[in-house]
Design a protein around this ligand. Structure first.
Ligand code: NAD
Length: 500
């Protein structure tokens, strides 16, 4: 199979045909390791979005009538193809995103786990039955697909986030239009291409590209029944409001600010490893990044020097070659400028710099979008901009607090609520934290408590707008509508048998 994704202009997939985009407007796709332009993302025209939705609508009757076991078989073949092309996909993902090859493998692996979950659709769609709910009357529930669903995805998980969405939607019998991030369209093209190769009928999954114009066309289209969105908070809120106003079911995951509490009894080595991975993995460009560490009491003396030393030891470098660094670049020059500006504002508001990665350079790649690992200590744990805003870069804020209630108070004042973790040996502290923290995904001695495929990706607060999250049973519920069937039967010539 030749790969379409090597084309310089990312193609569209409409009704099973790979098309060259009609519009002239494009946006650059960078290799963040070098700053060079790898390809272009087209901006799909209104006619292309219309054609994609029409193709999905036309494919819906046959696909939704395809037995769940047959839909699952397509996904089993898809899983095999994703595994067969695993290294090629990881290299492509790493090249257009900038994360290390190991992080790219993780991105892909988490997505494949959702495909594996979705292959269980024949049992996931089981309904409930109750015989004799009233005299002679039986009741059962059925789950049926919605119709055309659409997904809009962010740049930071080019494989995992699209795979959160369309495998479960399709397994449930829906058809789909995907609009990936214009910053990383090539991985999306390739994973869609592999699903077509797995035998998905034409029109069941369609791919368009672009920014808010394309998204608005999907959000307001009368034939689109449901919208799955993952991206920044302001956009998530807008998507939720516009989509629901147009009568759609919407799940919209937004940005985050995640806190890690370190208790005085925490294992130092394991905690440092956990905090470093959470703060600096994927260059901090994760909605589950542990971007703030709240260090309780004596823990500061034991842990802070090791955190600073570990941050200074992180090797940055190119991720588009065989020798892999500890940390790759951020997504763009503009994003690096934004992170640097947030650090500068934080400093003006009283933050001290404990480890300074701002001047870090990669000699062999001066055009790459690199930033070194940085640790800051904001004086004000609530009002400092670094505590209020999602930085989305390799910046860890370290705050000392006297006790667990003080840590909970700081964390619970955040408007977000995606994830939070505690490192401790105390069951009592862990239980108190688990119960009181206002976040939807909680880690106990786990730095990044990102929910895995069988569980919902369960953000709270400004990290999520909607009712049903992606993945797990909630993903199945989001992608289906329930029918409750009440029945009774009469025997020939005998009237209501239940009256006997
Ligand atoms: P983004 O909001 O800029 O873009 C996300 C998607 O929305 C893209 O496809 C983009 O083309 C589209 N878009 C951008 N502006 C739009 C607008 N005004 N109207 C309609 N559509 C628009 O986000 P990003 O920079 O690509 O991704 C990073 C953000 O995503 C971070 O805030 C991160 O926390 C968040 N994120 C959240 C989760 C989660 O589960 N909560 C997971 C991953 C990423």
């Amino acid at each position: 199979m030749t790969s379409i994704s090597s084309a310089p202009l990312a193609p569209l997939l409409i009704n099973g045909e790979w098309l060259r985009p009609a519009g002239l407007e494009t946006t650059p796709v960078f290799n963040p390791s070098t700053g060079e332009t790898l390809a272009s993302a087209p901006v799909s025209t209104g006619a292309e979005v219309e054609a994609a939705v029409s193709a999905a609508q036309a494919a819906f009757p046959a696909w939704s009538e395809t037995p769940a076991v047959d839909r699952a078989r397509v996904l089993f073949r898809y899983r095999e193809l994703l595994l067969h092309h695993f290294e090629e996909l990881a290299a492509l993902l790493s090249r257009e995103h900038g994360k290390t090859r190991g992080e790219a493998r993780g991105d892909l692996q988490r997505g494949i786990e959702v495909v594996e979950y979705a292959t269980g659709i024949p049992t996931l769609l089981f309904g409930d039955t109750l015989e004799h709910v009233a005299r002679g009357i039986d009741c059962e529930t059925l789950r049926q697909p919605l119709g055309v669903c659409a997904g809009i995805t962010p740049f930071n998980f080019p494989a995992m986030v699209p795979l959160w969405m369309f495998p479960i939607a399709l397994a449930c019998g829906n058809t789909f239009v995907l609009k990936p991030s214009e910053k990383v369209p090539l991985t999306a093209v390739r994973i869609v291409e592999l699903l077509a190769a797995a035998g998905l009928p034409k029109g069941v999954l369609n791919l368009v590209h672009g920014g808010h114009g394309c998204v608005d066309a999907l959000l307001t289209h009368p034939q689109v029944r449901a919208i799955s969105f993952v991206g920044s908070t302001a956009v998530a809120r807008r998507i939720y409001e516009t989509g629901t106003r147009h009568g759609k079911r919407v799940q919209a995951a937004g940005g985050a600010k995640n806190f890690i509490v370190v208790m005085p009894d925490a294992d130092v080595a394991k905690t440092v490893e956990g905090v470093m991975g959470a703060a600096f993995g994927c260059a901090g460009e994760r909605c589950m990044a542990g971007s703030t560490v709240l260090i309780v009491g004596d823990a500061a003396k034991r842990i802070l020097p090791d955190l600073i030393a570990a941050a200074r030891a992180i090797r940055i470098g190119r991720t588009d070659c065989d020798a892999q660094p500890d940390m790759g670049p951020v997504i763009s020059a503009a994003h690096r400028e934004r992170v640097l500006s947030l650090i500068a504002q934080g400093q003006q508001q009283g933050a001290r710099i404990l480890a300074d990665g701002r001047g870090a350079r990669v000699a062999e790649s001066p055009g790459g979008f690199f930033l070194g690992a940085t640790i800051v200590a904001p004086a004000d744990p609530v009002e400092n901009i670094l505590m209020r805003e999602e930085v989305f870069g390799p910046v860890l804020s370290a705050i000392e607090v006297p006790d667990l209630p003080a840590a909970l108070e700081v964390a619970n004042r955040s408007r977000y609520g995606n994830g939070a973790s505690i490192f401790t040996r105390s069951g009592a502290a862990a239980r108190e934290f688990k119960h009181r923290i206002k976040a939807g995904m909680v880690g106990i001695n786990v730095g990044v408590p990102a929910a895995m495929a069988p569980f919902p990706f369960s953000g709270w607060g400004d990290s999520f707008h909607g009712d049903l999250h992606v993945q797990g049973r909630e993903g199945v519920y989001f992608n289906t509508q329930q029918k409750v069937v009440t029945s009774r039967w009469f025997a020939e010539g005998e009237g209501d048998i239940w009256r006997k």
